[in-house]
Ligand binder design. Structure first.
Ligand SMILES: Cc1ncc(COP(=O)(O)O)c(C=O)c1O
Length: 379
């Protein structure tokens, strides 16, 4: 791909990569018998919803806005789970949802009757108390977690489903262990349910993921409880490694022996997970600077002092180190899931456009953002 032809900055989704992921999701749906729904929180790029809808069993929402977007653009009501529902939003949520999961028995008691009256299937989020996630920020099963009920002797009347979510970019062995932990705490409740939602974090589209084990795990569970609908709601797995964030070097500054390429994108505004997690993203045509090499730091365009990462060494087509110049493109890999949805307009910095490279190579700008978008978020 000739990145110089792409307007910068821009998120670019690769349709062929998306379709490869969707083929894996379809296989798991077909062979395991589970319903797989898309967790909107990972990627709410609604121009691809028609494609996602063809290869999934619906979508999950975590707020009124997401539920409405599912209903409007996905074409089916949402499975909704939010850590807390409010009087202000709940009736709207019932208008756009087929399933609603509550984070506590008290929230079910407060709002459940209204959902049941509309024929919505209600569930409770439970906490299996085990998670393989090592980063506390992403671990819902830490002691004292506010996410999910810890113990439940029996489910209240009207509750048809249980939901758990403790994975993040996890393998199939982790799904199996989670199911064991869930079974130990809540197995006695399963015969009385109509569905169990295994949450997200099943990264079935990652290279090396043991898809067979996931399928086997789900099939074993379904064989034990043939009356149950099994639902998985991954987000990342759908848009894992499906695109990039294209940026441009606008200046080069040097201080204390550090060379920083000043970009037209920001880690703080456009790639916040890099700073939150933190993790260092891959850049096309660059590698992590090794001992003895002189690298380049990438500087974000916001005024936050920590809006920077480093270092990378850039190489030419022969593998030799090359100098960055003003005007060069810097292309960050795997920037579709949990990026676009997390961007901010802090500092009023230029918001990256959104584009798709079609399978036949055509490049389409889906959306560009300007001053009005910034102004409309403020008053
Ligand atoms: C309740 C719930 N379901 C599903 C997901 C999607 O997880 P992932 O994108 O890691 O598959 C999340 C992510 O935070 C979540 O909190």
């Amino acid at each position: 791909m000739d990145y110089t032809k792409i307007p910068s900055p821009c998120f670019v989704l690769d349709e062929a990569a998306l379709r490869r992921n969707l083929a894996v999701v379809d296989r798991v749906r077909r062979e395991s018998g589970a319903e797989i729904i898309v967790a909107l929180k990972a990627c709410a790029m609604w121009s691809i919803f028609p494609e996602l809808a063809r290869h999934s069993d619906g979508a999950t929402a975590s707020s009124l806005n997401e539920a409405r977007l599912v209903a409007e653009e996905y074409g089916s009501p949402a499975h909704t789970y939010a850590p807390v529902y409010t009087e202000r939003d709940f009736d709207g949520i019932t208008r756009h949802s087929s399933h609603i999961t509550f984070n506590s028995v008290a929230q079910f008691e407060r709002f459940g009757a209204r959902a049941l009256l509309r024929g919505i299937s209600c569930g409770l989020r439970v906490n299996p108390g085990w998670s393989p996630v090592e980063t506390d920020l992403y671990n819902p099963a830490l002691p004292g977690s506010r996410l999910g009920i810890e113990r439940l002797e029996r489910h209240p009347e009207g509750v048809e489903g249980l939901h758990f979510h403790v994975l993040c970019e996890s393998g199939a062995d982790d799904s199996a262990r989670t199911l064991e932990a869930f079974g130990k705490r809540f197995g006695n409740l399963v015969p009385g349910l109509r569905w169990v939602n295994f949450g997200g974090g099943h990264l079935m589209t990652r290279e090396g993921y043991d898809v067979e084990l996931l399928i086997r795990t789900i099939k074993d569970f379904r064989a034990r409880y043939p009356h149950l609908r099994v639902i998985l709601e991954p987000g990342s797995a759908f848009t894992w490694r499906t695109g990039v964030l294209v940026s441009t070097v606008e200046d080069i500054v040097e201080s204390g022996g550090v060379r920083t390429a000043m970009l037209d994108v920001s880690f703080a505004c456009h790639m916040p997970d890099c700073l939150e997690m933190p993790y260092k993203p891959a850049i096309v045509g660059a590698h992590d600077t090794r001992d003895g090499e002189r690298g380049w730091r990438m500087g974000g365009c916001s005024c936050l002092a920590g809006d920077r990462m480093g270092d990378w060494t850039f190489t030419d087509e022969y593998g030799d180190p090359r100098k960055l110049r003003v005007g060069d493109r810097v292309v960050f890999e795997d920037m579709i899931h949990y990026t676009m949805v997390k961007t901010t307009m802090f500092n009023g910095v230029k918001h990256p456009g959104i584009a798709i490279v079609r399978e036949d190579g055509r490049f389409e700008i889906v959306r560009e953002f300007g001053y009005e978008d910034y102004k409309n978020r403020m008053s």
